[in-house]
Design a protein around this ligand. Structure first.
Ligand code: HEM
Length: 310
């Protein structure tokens, strides 16, 4: 009975929050985080019948995440887009893939992306500089596009990425799909699949994901062909010279191709799921972190001056 009362109450509350006061959720989360920090205690919030735990002590986080690997049911909302990629995978698939991916996607691979990061940082600075001193503008939009481009370059290894991958169409579909997933997550009425399938949101996300999947499939097929040819050429060169070049840039996609050679569970569908997951996991997070960092620096002019001097 209590569970039903909580469920009905939180449903009404979540619909209210979503429809009438989008800022309220963030402000409530901030309040809860502040209380937890002040008291140095964990906090539990009920999202319908599911508990959401809030911790401030890193050791508590470690203990709980080691004990409960399974994700809550609402992570499955993302499967339409991310399939069995790392964030949305079921436990047996996650355990298998996290081991092989963390063993292969090492810090030296990430270090190989430095030139992409540098070039993209320059690009971001020029774009922002061109807008400085003029009308107010939405910096998050610019940051989101630059981070999406950067991650496409490192994950897919594509140059000239702006025109080919991050077309306006792809960017809009990406942005809209993230918004629709968040909207569903925050509205308990939309949680049951049977209900969600009847909504315009479901039709829209299906279209957005269809477009992104078809772009990803085209790129993956092209890169796979190039990779097969490069590999053949590489083996031929290595046989002639007696060594392999280990220092070159290696995209995340190439790593997945290598894994697929020795692990049959890394099917073409799984390759796409992991690539889509990296794009989503690495884009929104970095863009938002940069956005708030800029906002905070702007609010604290002493920090801004120290940064300039440095
Ligand atoms: C400021 C930047 C970032 C923040 C705040 C952040 C935060 C997080 C959080 C909280 C999770 C756990 C999600 C969950 O399971 O509920 C996560 C997972 C993940 N993140 Fe990040 N992330 C950031 C950047 C990135 C980047 C740049 C990448 C990749 C290029 C990335 C890839 C991933 C992946 C693959 C997972 C899933 C890991 C797994 O479940 O095994 N993240 N991230």
């Amino acid at each position: 009975m209590l569970v039903w009362v909580v469920l009905v109450f939180t449903t009404v509350l979540s619909v209210h929050m979503w429809l009438w006061s989008k800022g309220l959720l963030l402000s409530r989360l901030t309040d809860i985080a502040n209380i937890s920090e002040e008291k140095n205690l964990p906090f539990v919030m009920w999202f319908g019948p599911s508990p959401v735990l809030i911790f401030v002590d890193i050791d508590d986080v470690k203990a709980v995440t080691n004990a409960f690997v399974d994700k809550p049911y609402y992570y499955s909302f993302g499967k339409i887009w991310l399939g069995e990629g790392l964030v949305t995978a079921s436990v047996p698939i996650w355990k298998h893939n996290i081991k092989i991916l963390s063993g292969t996607f090492t810090s030296s691979v990430v270090a190989g992306y430095q030139s992409v990061y540098n070039a993209q940082a320059q690009r971001l600075v020029s774009t922002l500089r061109a807008r400085a001193g003029a009308e107010p503008f939405d910096a998050l939009h610019i940051l989101a596009l630059v981070t999406l481009e950067t991650i496409c370059q490192t994950a897919l290894g594509e140059c000239g990425v702006s025109e080919r991958i991050v077309s306006k169409e792809y960017y809009n579909a990406f942005d809209r799909a993230v918004t629709l997933l968040m909207a569903r997550g925050l509205n308990l009425l939309l949680h049951p699949d049977a209900v969600y399938r009847l909504t315009p949101g479901h039709r829209e996300i299906t279209n957005c994901v269809g477009l992104m999947h078809s772009i990803a499939d085209t790129i993956i097929a092209k890169r796979r062909k190039e990779w097969d040819e490069k590999k053949k050429q590489g083996l031929k060169d290595a046989k002639e010279s007696g060594n392999f070049d280990q220092t070159r840039f290696k995209s995340f996609l190439e790593i997945l191709f290598e894994i697929s050679e020795r692990d049959p569970s890394m099917t073409p569908q799984q390759v796409r799921a992991e690539v889509d997951t990296i794009l989503v996991a690495g884009q929104e997070t970095v863009a938002t972190a940069l956005f708030y960092a800029l906002l905070m620096i702007g609010c604290h002019s002493d920090v801004q001056h120290r940064l300039y001097s440095e």
